[in-house]
Design a protein around this ligand. Structure first.
Ligand code: MG
Length: 298
């Protein structure tokens, strides 16, 4: 069997024909939020319904990093390498300091609690961008059922801690990623997950000061949803989908697919050359080595 589906012949150069889509670990309930720590030689990711953050290393496999995790979902690292996490249970975004203390980055907008922060990225200027759909408060499965008190938007947290609503034209903003030069912000809308609303990725021009403009349709994922997205060093957008991971060219067309036997939630680049794609997919963690590299941050 092939692990890849080539749509644009160019995609044949992005993959390594004999590199497997390898199942690294399984037995989870719903995993998301992979983040690579090259310095620690490990991957962290969330098993959301089981309220824990897990750690995978090639030597040991799975160990527990944090339990309980406040139903953490998406993670990233900031410019200082610290873990930044979205927590459904506490409806907040936190930073884990180098000594282990946890600092709250955001837990309300104008005095009202956030919905359930889902995914987060940090721009090179230190601003923190996160999506705030309602998935973590819809039921008690991935957090605690509660009513929504704020709109479902993408926020930017300035370096002084101020929250600004940046993307306000989505049903359910979810995964987000910047282009390599940070001139474009991609945001996934997974409104379709629970209705006939959109399941597309939108693109926004991002000025050096963070101002967004020219919001536009970039690509509609099918089958499934663009829950998590990452960008490679050439600007291709890699997105979760129901049948695997789709690679979308900067121009918006589907290049090809990495086929995964479970519904994919999130992805991240890792490994010594950031040439490995780590894939969280329903009950399992997968990895495939690519002939592409994730965005290289200085
Ligand atoms: Mg998500």
């Amino acid at each position: 069997m092939s692990f890849f589906e080539i749509v644009d012949p160019e995609f044949g150069r992005f993959v390594i024909g004999n590199a497997p889509v390898k199942k690294l670990a399984t037995g989870f309930d719903w995993v998301e939020g992979p983040v690579w720590f090259g310095d620690a030689g490990c991957l962290l990711f969330s098993d959301i319904p089981n309220n824990r953050i897990l750690r995978w290393t090639p030597e040991v496999g799975i160990t527990t990093y944090r339990d309980p995790s406040n139903y953490a979902n998406g993670h990233t690292r900031d410019r200082q390498g610290r873990l930044v996490s979205c927590e459904h249970g506490t409806r907040r975004v936190t930073r884990t300091e180098l000594d282990g203390r946890i600092t709250v980055i955001a837990d309300n907008y104008q005095g009202k609690p956030l919905n359930s922060p889902n995914d987060v990225v940090v721009k090179s200027d230190g601003t923190i961008w996160f999506s705030d759909p309602h998935y973590g408060i819809m039921t008690n499965y991935e957090g605690f059922a509660a009513k929504e008190e704020n709109a479902r938007v993408v926020y930017r947290v300035s370096t002084d801690g101020t929250l600004t609503q940046m993307v306000t034209d989505m049903q359910c903003p979810n995964g987000l990623a910047f282009s390599p030069d940070e001139s474009i912000l991609y945001v996934a809308d997974t409104g379709r997950m629970h209705s006939d609303d959109p399941q597309h990725i939108r693109a926004y021009d991002c000025a050096p000061d963070g101002t967004l403009s020219n919001g536009r349709h970039f690509h509609t994922i099918s089958p499934g949803c663009a829950d998590g997205i990452r960008v490679d060093s050439d600007g291709n957008v890699w997105s979760s989908a129901a049948d695997g991971v789709h690679c979308i060219a900067p121009g918006g067309h589907l290049m090809g697919k990495v086929l995964v036997p479970e519904l994919v939630s999130n992805i991240c680049f890792g490994g010594r050359a950031k040439h490995e794609l780590y894939i969280t997919a329903t009950t399992s963690l997968y990895r495939v080595t690519l002939n592409r590299r994730g965005v290289q941050r200085p």
